[in-house]
Ligand binder design. Structure first.
Ligand code: NAP
Length: 532
């Protein structure tokens, strides 16, 4: 039986897969897109937990490629809620008629490169087999949800959910005793919302996080109008910025500023809220002394907000510099611990030992609960890629090639895997940026590359191993100049037992990275090998 063929297979119908499909169509290429969910939206399809909201401002967290889309869509709040982002994804799918090339509820299980034909042979869990010239992964960086292997978890008789696999039906917390394990971005968003609905909430915290108020509010009509009129300029500056957001990043030094200047700047940014807080002083990212001044400012805020000094201290991060774990932005997080129905349990000193039929037992005590919320994070960046059995030239598995950590050239390709592109792959700014900016840059770079191949008569492109080695060295060197390696973060794979400890994203900034990618193209795809 002959296997159907297509020009490209795209994996994932999140914002990267949707835009990639649109651009491939523009190039006249046939595409089949596989998505394991039942609809578009990627991370926003799965993360339906109460309080789920993006912490990049809505007017910045959206596509810029279509003027019509930009003018047609109106955001209702400063930060978009999960339901609104999902509506936006669905609107985009309809507007560009994307669904006709998508296969939902279908997981790609295997992809093997066949050197003889220079094609990818792709298989799914529903028995599809398809042959494609190009394989493009749009699997997201935080899509492989992870629940730690707590003994006894299966015996729990109540309801339990991971934030990243939240049910489509509403979860009823009324009158329930709820445990939340994890205090990263997801935990910090869900805890205040559950606290308002549940009888009691017990938060199991291993590492306290720094969180900055988001100060969400309804969209101001005059700002929305201004953005529609000026978005081209705004987007241009976001693309050239370090993190792909519009907030201003002060080049000044926290150490050189006087105490009053420093406090004024931090108060101003705290009052404004959101990711711009970390842009107060450039040396926060690289100098431990500067970082400590900003970290202590946040601890001071925690002491002001939280009534019980013991709880305030437990909520105060002291084991990692601010900004070295993904920063969190919240609505009423610290104040939630003043509620009589909320308690904080330190599982750093007394770890969780077991989940029982009726609750959670730590090394110090047992807690009876009706519902467990796992806000325990993801096997980030490499997890979703390595979940697929991908083999390249000579049958080498990607899992073997990346056994000691991911290796890529620009985060876009990996040597030995011709015509495989990884949108926002490890080695690119990805998770250290506004994902929309990074997604659009990668999709457009890949589309430009495929156009170049067609124009020059080349059919195969592959990363050169030496260029890849040099890029990986550069990624490591840039990370080593920052304070990032000082935290046990998912950026380093530290949250997954046994995962190689490698700083995965590129910390050089999206503006610098984009210039590098463009320069490589201008030099005739330097570091790539193109063949007919
Ligand atoms: P996360 O940041 O990895 O947090 C996981 C939490 O679970 C941490 O507090 C971790 O503690 C805890 N944990 C893990 N294993 C544990 C164990 N065995 N015992 C006790 N605690 C344990 O995951 P996340 O909160 O889902 O966020 C992941 C990323 O998704 C974010 O960093 C962000 O990039 C993205 N996100 C964004 C938004 C947004 O835009 N607003 C919202 C949600 C998520 P340790 O710190 O000690 O490991």
């Amino acid at each position: 039986m002959s296997v159907p063929s297509t020009d490209a297979v795209v994996i994932g119908a999140g914002f990267s897969g949707m835009y990639m499909l649109h651009r491939l169509r523009g190039l006249g290429l046939t595409t089949r897109l596989y998505e394991r969910g039942d609809g578009v939206g990627g991370t926003w399809y799965w993360n339906r937990y109460p309080g789920a909201r993006c912490d990049v401002e809505s007017v910045e967290y959206c596509y810029s490629f279509s003027e019509e889309l930009q003018q047609a869509w109106d955001w209702t709040e400063r930060y978009p809620s999960q339901p609104e982002i999902l509506r936006y994804a669905e609107h985009v799918a309809d507007r560009f008629d994307l669904r006709r090339d998508m296969r939902f509820r279908t997981r790609v299980t295997r992809a093997a490169y066949d050197e003889a034909t220079a094609r990818w042979q792709v298989e799914t869990d529903r028995g599809d087999r398809v042959s494609a010239r190009f394989l493009i992964t749009a699997v997201g960086c935080l899509s492989d949800a992870r629940i730690p292997a707590f003994p006894g978890a299966a015996s729990f008789r109540g309801e339990s959910h991971h934030t990243g696999r939240w049910p489509h039906e509403e979860v009823d917390f009324a009158g329930r005793r709820v445990a939340v394990i994890g205090t990263g971005s997801s935990g910090i968003q869900i805890i205040p919302v559950i606290a308002e609905r549940a009888a009691e909430v017990t938060v199991f915290q291993r590492t306290p996080n720094y969180t900055i108020p988001a100060w969400n509010r309804p969209m101001r009509p005059e700002y929305a109008r201004w953005v529609k009129d000026n978005h081209a300029e705004m987007r241009r500056s976001m693309r050239g910025s370090p993190f792909g957001i519009a907030a201003t990043f002060n080049p000044g030094s926290a150490l050189e500023a006087s105490e009053q200047e420093r406090l004024d700047e931090l108060e101003k940014r705290w009052a404004h809220g959101g990711p711009g807080f970390l842009g107060a002083f450039a040396d926060t990212a690289v100098d431990p002394r500067a970082n400590e001044l900003v970290a202590e400012f946040v601890r001071g805020k925690i002491r002001q907000i939280v009534d019980d000094p013991r709880v305030a201290e437990l909520l105060s991060p002291r084991d990692h510099p601010i900004g070295t774990k993904r920063p969190c932005f919240d609505t009423d997080y610290y104040a939630t611990f003043n509620r009589p129905n909320v308690r904080l349990v330190d599982v750093r000193t007394a770890p969780i030992e077991e989940i029982t039929a009726t609750g959670i037992r730590t090394a110090a005590a047992s807690y009876e609960v009706d519902t467990i919320v796992y806000a325990t994070g993801y096997d980030a960046m490499t997890g979703p890629l390595l979940a697929i059995d991908i083999t390249g030239t000579g049958g080498v598995p990607l899992r073997a090639k990346w056994a000691a950590g991911p290796r890529t050239y620009l985060g876009l390709m990996t040597a030995g895997f011709p015509n495989l592109f990884t949108i926002t792959g490890p080695g690119s700014p990805s998770v250290l940026s506004n994902m929309f900016v990074s997604i659009e840059q990668h999709v457009e770079w890949i589309a430009g590359c495929l156009e170049h191949l067609a124009r020059t008569g080349a059919t195969v492109i592959e990363a050169d191993p030496d260029a890849e080695d040099a890029w990986m060295r550069h990624v490591g060197e840039v990370a080593a100049q920052t304070l990032f390696p000082r935290a046990d973060s998912w950026y380093l794979g530290a949250n997954v037992p046994g995962k190689p400890r490698v700083f995965m994203p590129y910390a050089g900034g999206v503006g610098t990275y984009r210039a590098t990618c463009d320069e490589i193209v201008a030099k005739g795809y330097e570091g790539f090998v193109l063949s007919p």
